[in-house]
Write a protein that binds this ligand. Sequence first.
Ligand code: ACO
Length: 421
Amino acid sequence: MADEIELIYKGVNYKFPLVHGTENETAIDIKTLRAQTGLITLDPGFKNTGSCQSEITFLDGEEGILRYRGYSIEDLANQYSFIEVAHLLIYGDLPTTEQLDKFENDIRDYALVDEDFKIILKSFPKSAHPMGILSSLTSALIAFNPSSVDINSEKDFYEAIIMLLAKFPVLASWTHRKMKGLPLNYPSYELSYTENLAHMMFRMPNKDFKASKTVVSVLNKLLILHADHEQNCSTSTVRMVGSSHAGLFASIASGISALWGPLHGGANQAVIEMLEEIRIDGGDTQKFMAKAKDKNDPFRLMGFGHRVYKNFDPRAKIIKKAADEVLSELGIDDPVLDIAKRLEQEALQDPYFVDRKLYPNVDFYSGIIYRALGIPTEMFTVMFAIGRLPGWIAQWKEMRFNKEPIGRPRQVYTGATHRSP
Ligand code: ACO
């Protein structure tokens, strides 16, 4: 059988080659479609359109599989540090001991931001949304590091990537401190990447601070679980902006804006808002379970079900265990977290949810963990962004190294034809 597909249009037979991925996905290569036939394709939301060939992340929603560079998310989250996974995503392999030492030390060396960032931060109103602040500060990095824009050599690429990995958690944690009206913390050379994140976010000026092993471990897992998810909205944005040869920082700033949307990064915030709503209503979880099952009621249990994972969300399996550990260690007495536990138990036994395979997704547990750690709900998407950073960088780098053309979709024009004034 020929490895091509035939299209008959106006009686003429055209042939288009098929492209096969390593996990049996097959695509029709339509690069010459318009030139040959005059036709274009129409696919709003790109649900049937592969925008690139990528070697970074594989996911199979039916089987509940997520792999970075071939390694399963379970192995990575349970055995590796976020920074090792960042290396894997960006450079294709887990680092050797020497590579890891260099990578971590280079990140430590670049981990300070210009003190003038404090002036920019100060000028935002306290009510500003942290994602808006983070996107603006990431754009501002360009002005303070102009050498990061026009990058052509491997060395330039490396430096821009290290700078961004190093400075991003500083900017994100400063955004958190600004929201809370707290003094800003600096990274410490002695701490690991994730320890530093906890230190910069949570250290109080009047107390010694050392993040517990459980807290560091759960943060590490959350960052890894969010590190990449192939061609989602924010990642496609990063690749699209980068395809114009805009610099890495500008592309990432755009990705942050895309992630900000409630249809993308905002689901874990929606989980806590729903739990609060249930608490304010009196805490009757059965009532809300009934609402979720009622076809005439638009209410849905936030944090349950997933568009892609139709059997289970592999990330939720990993993080549920970590959530149990961290909640029991912190021993927090929070009615909202009690409601979450009850809902989880009830839904896991309810035939409506079981039959439809509606399990808690990663956002259900990540929202609960962030709340238990004292992170405000508006900051949840910022935490997601810190995790997603290596994925964005890896995808941007792949796009530039593959010399992909500028992204420029076409349209089917449906407006007025020529009109006289
Ligand atoms: N609560 C109650 N019922 C639900 C829920 C839910 N959370 N999710 C799906 N269902 C029901 C639907 O009503 C439908 O029932 P029916 O077959 O009787 O008509 C059935 O389950 C299938 O649902 P679909 O809408 O077809 O599933 P879809 O893939 O379109 O939606 C989605 C997936 C959007 C995630 C949905 O499950 C949902 O709204 N969940 C709550 C929001 C949420 O948690 N989003 C975060 C996803 S994770 C992430 O984005 C990182």
